[in-house]
Design a protein around this ligand. Structure first.
Ligand SMILES: *Cc1c(COP(=O)(O)O)cnc(C)c1O
Length: 222
């Protein structure tokens, strides 16, 4: 078996029923994705718009693509309609633009709101309190062509497991809190968190989707 297929199987075997694997293939060549595809993987995550579109064009059409990187507003139009989920909505402005472009294109975009809980301050996303306020203000009720399906987050980049777990726990609690105060939010049930080094902890805290790259495809050559 090729190494990608072997790694993929090793990761897949550890996932409980109901947890979905987003194979993060950014910076890896189409051939590597093809190996994962041939081993059964149908959900891939990419962080750059042009790279996602190129790969999507070259690979079979039954693949689901999730965009997971910081999305620049000038790239929204290219992405909308070409992706199954935008996991990384990190501002109200971006969300409004996705909604506008989706309506114009006659599609409904599925998105996750990105939450910032990691201790690093370079990461994008809403602070938990900010997101509670945003939902409280009913910001989601005026969307015409966008469905908010849940939350996405990254934990602190540290070897301190208790810190990582606490970060994931905080996001899971935030999700539960938002759901409880907004029973009209339907289909709000995806919790995307956990990467190669911490996805097991994320699952223990309730992740429904894990985004695993290097554990499947090896180290990235930037
Ligand atoms: C790159 C990336 C991942 C995957 O990281 P690995 O450590 O390679 O598993 C997950 N989520 C996001 C948002 C990423 O940018």
């Amino acid at each position: 078996m090729n190494p990608v297929a072997e790694n993929l199987n090793a990761v897949t075997r550890t996932l409980p029923e109901g947890v979905r694997l987003v194979a993060v293939s950014k910076f890896h060549p189409v051939e590597a994705l093809r190996e994962a595809y041939d081993a059964g993987q149908r959900l891939f995550g990419e962080s750059r718009v042009q790279e996602l579109l190129d790969k999507r064009h070259k690979l079979p059409h039954d693949i689901s693509w999730h965009f997971i990187g910081h999305l620049q507003t000038n790239k929204v139009r290219q992405l909308v309609g070409n992706v199954d989920m935008i996991e990384s909505v990190d501002s109200d402005r971006l969300l409004r633009l996705i909604d506008k472009e989706s309506a114009a294109a006659g599609v409904v975009s599925r998105v996750l709101m990105q939450v910032h809980v990691a201790k690093e301050d370079t990461k994008f996303g809403f602070a938990p309190e900010e997101l509670i306020e945003w939902f409280g203000a009913g910001g989601y009720t005026s969307l015409a062509a966008t469905h908010i399906c849940g939350l996405m987050a990254m934990a602190s980049n540290t070897d301190d497991e208790s810190r990582v777990r606490a970060d994931f726990h905080r996001v899971a609690e935030l999700m539960a809190r938002i759901k409880a105060s907004h029973p009209d939010l339907c289909g709000f049930d995806i919790l995307s968190m956990g990467m190669s080094h911490d996805y097991r902890l994320a699952i223990a805290e309730g992740a429904t989707h894990v985004r695993v790259g290097s554990a499947i495809f090896g180290e990235r050559q930037y």
